[in-house]
Design a protein around this ligand. Structure first.
Ligand SMILES: Cc1cc2nc3c(=O)[nH]c(=O)nc-3n(C[C@H](O)[C@H](O)[C@H](O)COP(=O)(O)O)c2cc1C
Length: 141
């Protein structure tokens, strides 16, 4: 949580909320909304609020999801630093989760982080080593 709170956000508006899902009812609710639970003993759900976030005046772009991505990345790095493992899970039924936990309705739910000690035989996803060519990803102007 300290690493999450240290994350920079636009204008320091901190438009995020983290729910620590560690009770059995909370964890069972997550199992109903995603297949990606990985047997983890604790989960973090991250939500962001467009209303609380900074908006760029030139094009009205909201930076809520940008801020949330930085917060989530900070959390992932700290989780790894602690010798734990996680995966960013974006594939879940967010509306259903919000029905189960009405306090989440004010937020866009951007991530679930199943967190625990990795199994001895844990290995990276098949896509881990795939990378587009530099020319496709980077343009020097
Ligand atoms: C925004 C985002 C959403 C993701 N959602 C899922 C998911 O729902 N389930 C899952 O197993 N992995 C998910 N991943 C993990 C990616 O599939 C994984 O990071 C990618 O394949 C690259 O592998 P690597 O992280 O080992 O480099 C997600 C990653 C990101 C960044």
């Amino acid at each position: 949580m300290k690493a999450a709170k240290l994350a920079p956000t636009a204008c320091n508006y901190q438009p995020f909320k983290i729910w620590v899902m560690k009770s059995e009812p909370a964890k069972n609710a997550l199992k109903e909304v995603t297949n990606y639970t990985f047997g983890a003993p604790v989960f973090f759900v991250v939500g962001v609020s467009k209303e609380q976030a900074w908006t760029r005046k030139f094009d009205q772009a909201t930076f809520a999801h940008v801020d949330g991505a930085i917060v989530g990345t900070h959390m992932m790095l700290e989780i790894a630093q602690l010798g734990l493992g996680t995966t960013w899970v974006g594939s879940f039924d967010a509306p259903r989760l919000q029905t189960k936990f009405p306090q989440m309705k004010e937020y866009d739910l951007i991530a679930i982080f199943p967190t625990g000690y990795p199994a001895d035989n844990a290995k990276p996803a098949g896509t881990h080593t795939l990378s587009k060519e530099d020319e496709e990803l980077i343009e020097v102007l």
